[in-house]
Design a protein around this ligand. Sequence first.
Ligand code: GUN
Length: 282
Amino acid sequence: MTTILDGKKLREKILSDLKTKIEGFNKKPSLAVILVGNNPASQIYVYNKKKTAEKIGINSNVINYPATVTEDELLEKIHELNRDENVDAILVQLPLPEHISKEKVINMISPQKDVDGFTPYNFGKLFSGEKPFVYPCTPKGILLLLDEYNIELEGKHVVIVGRSNIVGKPLFQMMLNRNATVTICHSHTKNLSDITKTADVLVSAVGENIIEEKMLKPGCIVVDVGIFKDAAGRTRGDVDFENVSKIASYISPVPGGVGPMTITSLMLNTVELFEISNKRLK
Ligand code: GUN
């Protein structure tokens, strides 16, 4: 029997509790989102973030820039948001245009307002085993989803395919914190199948349809972070869901698995940063 890891259902539960919590505050938490250019996927993500925030009582301010914006203009805006007492959380939607240094932009965000947990301060805290202000949204969402289904990670072999700063790297450390044995695979990994076959938990965050049934051990837990449109315009994940779901014990669908959990984590992180900076609970 295969169980679907239902991110939509868990999202509704967490956001409903969060909405009630926010209603008890004497001030609304506030999230500023910077969106540069007109990448269609980024526009959809940002729209969904704003819509979700509004639904639960978080103020969200989306600041749009054309792709031609200069690095200095962006850095100046972040500096302004850092000083603005009415902004609790700052998110710069990635990717950024090539003429802008992602590192410089992220480094500019005040760690206390870094809702993604991407600044060197928060990343450093995470990797030194200390507590960052908040944990990166996608890995946090994955762990919330696994916890909801009481999936124990201690001693399990977790294989992560993809080494991005957004998913693979922070998830590696967060899985280590749970006492999992963790392997990261990436585009240069030789004999990928030999490694994925040893996974008790397989997490794929690549953005290509690469995970097939024959690469996995029957009974493994499969978390699909990839999301993209195929040639026919259908939304797909990294995993061949139809066949892999026949052998997996648990599997997250695309859409409806990790995606809703990432936005949920963003809302949780915004409220956590609000509570850290305000402590103005009724
Ligand atoms: N682009 C894709 N995923 C993310 C994310 O989690 N945070 C930000 N800032 N940009 C992204």
